[in-house]
Design a protein. Sequence first.
Length: 233
Amino acid sequence: MDGTTPSLLIVEDDRSVREMLSAVLAHEGYEVDVHDSAESALRQFDPDQPDQPDLAILDLGLPGLGGVELCERLRRDGYRSPILILTARHEVADRVRGLDAGADDYLVKPFALDELLARVRAMLRRRVRSGIAGTNLLLGDVELDVDTREVRRGGELLDLTKLEFDLLRVLLEASPIVMTRASLHEQVWGFEEDHMSNSLEVFVSQLRKKMEADGGQRLIHTVRGVGYVARTT
Ligand code: CA
């Protein structure tokens, strides 16, 4: 990538989908690197190369090494940019495994092109914004490192799950602005509030429990009927 044109890594074995993605995204002005298998993408991916793709779009159902494994391998090899996974409607368990393996978002096939493009833009924007903000987000005695995904409170490392980390990151980035439930769903899970509606409370309560384990003051506050906000008072 030349620093201005975002580069996308695309891995999809279905030829028609692959060609469509490649054509549409290239037409939008992205630099695309297209592969038909995880093995081919991994041969090309060089963890030591600073110019990594700005976004990876991975099909989950791949012959040979699957999309979930590819996602894990990329993360293990130090790939830090967002990963969007493409899944078939019945691959719900794989989708969850994909998110656990380090993917940031998913799209269910068949998807509308407009939705794909909106998702790609949003994911690239999120990445740029965190880059501008620097690698650390600070609030009170909490420090979140965007690059290493480490969160410390009073210097002590907290053991957060991927979703807890993402939730905290979105709240810290927005602080002191109140995040509505809908925008938290959109930014953390990448889709509108629907069947997840009770999960947000559960995640917030788990996150609070971990953050307040050593008697730390409450930083994530509930704004009744609206959503949540991270602030020190
Ligand atoms: Ca496939």
